[in-house]
Ligand binder design. Sequence first.
Ligand code: C2O
Length: 489
Amino acid sequence: MDTTRRTVLGIAAAATAATALGTFRAAKAQNAGGIAQFNRRDVNTLDPDDPILTTYHDAVKAMRALPEDNPRSWEHQAKIHNRYCPHGNWFFLPWHRAYLAQFEGIIREISGNTDWALPYWDWTRNPQIPAPFWESGSALNHARSANSTTNMPREYVGEDVIEAIMLKSNFEDFASFKASAPYNGTGGGQATLEARPHNRVHGAIGGDMSSYFSPRDAIFWLHHGNIDRIWASWNAGGNANTNDSDLTSFLFSASQRDRDGNVNASQFVGPNGSPIEYTVADLYSTQQMGYAYDRLETTVPNTFIFAAQNLALQSATQEVLGRDINRTVNAGVPLETAITITSALTQSVAETGRVQALSRIAALQPVSLPKLSTATLVARGLKTPKDPDATIRVFLNCDYLTLETPISDPHYVGSAAFFLAGGHAGTGHDHNQGATYRFDLTEAVDALRRSGRTISEQIRPQILAIGADGKGTELAIDGSFELIIKTVG
Ligand code: C2O
């Protein structure tokens, strides 16, 4: 069977079809003047009968009524996500920004409300799913495992979590890191914004929100509006996105193969139903795309970051200490490994952690440490537990770790949730190749030193899995633990 040739022909046919339909390359010139035309507002500040909400409701209802093969239909829009959404790598933020923008365009067109902008749901301020999404018979209501009084957990969406995310100075530490392709590529992994609030809100809502068909639930779009707003806030705070051309010049094209290798002659859909394409660089500025948020997150000026950036210009070294692990641990038992480093390096990491922690509380005088060293754990190949609602907590060098150990313990590092890390709907196979997560250990090393626990030469990261019932659950890894020590100065 000449499958290669068939595939090539398939692409050509799809490309032609897309051109015939008039594929529109989204241009940043759309808003060259630089004044945002569309204002995305906090849903919790809107009256239930605000035109933003009534327009949204009516448009969703109309999209639900369209036949599935109409590109603007509700089900087709959800299929785009199931087929193409990148998770666990740095395509995550720009792809979802494009996805929201094309959706917003469709709603403006369908509703005739030409200045409509998608509202966002700030789950940090308002941790319950907003009331309009619970009205019986409403197109905004949906079957969920959460109910109207379920709070998104503070451990995942709390102010301190968002603040720590906002203080990341590197694009890849902020949300997700580099991979060769949006899916089925090599590399990639999740940093805090994706692994923590993003994944957990999907899981805590449940129903379709726990799957790649999550956009079937109208709250999906407002959840991602908030993820997008945090990204815009981070940029507004002076942090630049990566300028690596592997990302910036990537085109989300109409003829891109989907996750299963098929060409569907469409990815994103323009207002009139024709394909629309986006290059990542054109998705970097919300202002150039024509929209703004009514409120951005801000943080105190971070002198640690400024110092690190200045020092980074001088010199940077990186040491990677790896351990391959293929292991399954029983419920309640942490997955762990000990990695030996020099005590001088531990000392340097601890001092950096102290400055990092202090700079979150107050603006410091610019720091001039001789060296700044950060320690990062990258856990690769962590299998999604059987309980899809399971979460993980990471601790460091804790001799008494159990499921009862609170997250206020000085050994605590951070938490993460799974979002179908390995698999998605629509294939019959087990795609559980595991997920990759990145955790910053720097402040925890300092917290341990300050509380008198000596960890001079042994860094021992521990991962504990917790099921939906709060009890422990089995956890497996077929990959590695890597300790990355980065020193600048
Ligand atoms: Cu691609 Cu939060 O979903």
